[in-house]
Design a protein around this ligand. Structure first.
Ligand code: GLN
Length: 484
């Protein structure tokens, strides 16, 4: 019997393709087969690129036969969140307003995956313009959690997280503005990395809140997250906020965690945190300790204001970034309009309710007379939140925290209460405001069999520290995998 390539890691697949143990086409077909069985329930994809995936897989195989060296992701099927531009393919941001918008160029991260011989399987579902925590804000469909179809996969990158959890792809890209990689990773029981701001070029990522947005990978092993970052990370002249330093190479698996100083933030173990998650995080910290790490309490006193500051800053930037969707340049236009004014109005009516709410919040916060009271104040809070992390990282190398306050919730549970939905990111948002590196890894299952996530946070450009801690944890406590 031949191997089931949908159960293998990206690293293992790339190695097997390079050595000729399998072909990129066989790997692509295995994953497309898995899409056929799992996708009718999971609904992770807005578009499955079957023909082009097989075509690029065959191109990888031809390259190998011609004796040319293959890249780090040779034949690895990758799913892309549908806010990343892939040349020639529709990019919708799960919004009616971008329906019909075909990308004219590749995002830098996408281009680097191509250059590494990855194979694109499809574009994944998200909350419209990455605003949300459940995929319920998608204009097109809801993605279900592969562990329990009655529950959300998290969001906004819920499609990418679910695709990896359901073994439709070993690797996916998402974007994280306030938690949109780490929260769905936690809900779907996979690894999700939000790199340091500036680590991965944002060129070709459709902007939500430019000072917070960061592209990152989903995978089922920590090594795969490191592998993906080594490919997509690094300086890009096309993004002025891209940091001028190389992405870390995938290191060797750590033997232990001797010398690693772990901090537990007092303020993250609050009322409202699900007791099973609190217990799972504390148990995970004990595992880190047993591997040689030392643990102490740290304080992030301003983190309790982070959510409020985020919901000023992110909508403010969004209101500016989304001003370009006026019916003239991209995607949808309402052609029944009689005047220019009406074109704008009728076209922008295509935004969904959450996007409209953000645009109104942001426009209000930036308007004269309110700017100082809201936007400027939120920016000051942001500086204080970042300062808390800087102070903590003088004493510890990595902070261990819950990824989310609750396990995956049911559809409809939070749709009537935007603030309840916003609270999904209470533990992830501080790292976006500070711009540091953060990863969510599975740390167990709840009593009802739902995945729980551990968040590890390191200082700016501390991804290697995250990978070291996360890989050691993973080999001591192998991640639960989905049956079926
Ligand atoms: N859920 C948060 C929001 O709705 C974060 C989204 C994200 O990270 N893109 O803004």
């Amino acid at each position: 019997m031949s191997a089931d390539w949908t159960r293998e890691s990206a690293a293992r697949i790339a190695d097997a393709v390079r050595r000729g143990e399998t072909s990129a086409e066989e790997v692509a077909r295995a994953h497309l087969g898995r899409v056929e069985t799992a996708e009718p329930t999971v609904r992770a994809f807005l578009a499955v690129l079957k023909d082009s995936a097989l075509e690029s897989a065959r191109a990888v195989d031809a390259k190998r036969r011609a004796g040319r060296p293959l890249g780090a992701l040779a034949g690895v099927p990758v799913a892309l969140k549908d806010n990343l531009q892939l040349e020639g393919v529709e990019t919708t941001c799960a919004s009616r307003i971008l329906k019909g918008h075909v990308a004219a160029y590749d995002a830098t991260a996408v281009r680097r995956l191509k250059d590494a011989d990855a194979v694109f399987l499809g574009k994944t579902n998200l909350d419209e313009f990455a605003m949300g925590s459940s995929t319920e804000n998608s204009a097109f469909q809801k993605t279900t959690n592969p562990w329990d179809p009655a529950r959300v996969p998290g969001g906004s990158s819920g499609g990418s997280a679910a695709a990896v959890a359901a073994r439709m792809a070993p690797l996916a890209l998402g974007s994280d503005t306030g938690g949109s990689i780490r929260q769905p990773a936690s809900f779907c029981g996979v690894v999700g990395l939000k790199p340091t701001y500036g680590r991965v070029s944002r060129y070709g990522l459709i902007a939500f809140a430019s000072s917070l947005d960061q592209i990152g990978p989903f995978s089922r092993t920590v090594e795969d997250a490191a592998l993906a970052l080594s490919v997509v990370g690094g300086h890009d002249p096309l993004d002025t906020t891209s940091a001028d330093r190389p992405a870390p190479a995938v290191g060797a698996a750590p033997k232990d965690l001797k010398g690693l100083r772990v901090g537990l933030p007092r303020e993250y173990f609050i009322e409202g945190l699900d007791p099973e998650i609190a217990a799972a995080v504390r148990a995970a910290v004990d595992v880190l300790k047993s591997l040689g790490a030392t643990v102490r309490e740290v304080s992030l006193p301003h983190s309790k204001y982070a959510l409020a500051a985020y919901y000023i800053i992110a909508p403010s930037e969004a209101s500016s970034n989304l001003a370009r969707y006026d019916g003239i340049r991209y995607g949808f236009v309402d052609r029944s309009a009689a005047s220019l004014e009406e074109v704008y109005e009728a076209t922008r009516a295509a935004f969904g309710p959450e996007v409209k709410r953000r645009i109104m919040l942001g426009t209000y916060a930036l308007s004269s007379g309110y700017y100082d009271a809201y936007y400027a104040k939120a920016q000051r809070v942001r500086t204080l939140v970042a300062g808390d992390f800087k102070a903590a990282f003088r004493d510890v190398d990595v902070i261990a925290a819950p990824a989310t306050p609750t396990p995956p919730f049911r559809f409809g549970e939070k749709t009537d209460d935007p603030v309840a939905m916003y609270l999904s990111d209470v533990f992830t948002i501080p790292s976006n405001l500070a711009g540091n590196a953060s990863i969510s890894i599975p740390c167990g299952l709840s009593s009802s069999g739902l995945p729980l996530g551990l968040q590890l946070i390191a200082d700016h450009f501390g991804e290697e520290t995250l990978f070291r801690a996360a890989r050691a944890f993973e080999s001591a406590r192998p991640f639960p995998s989905l049956n079926g």
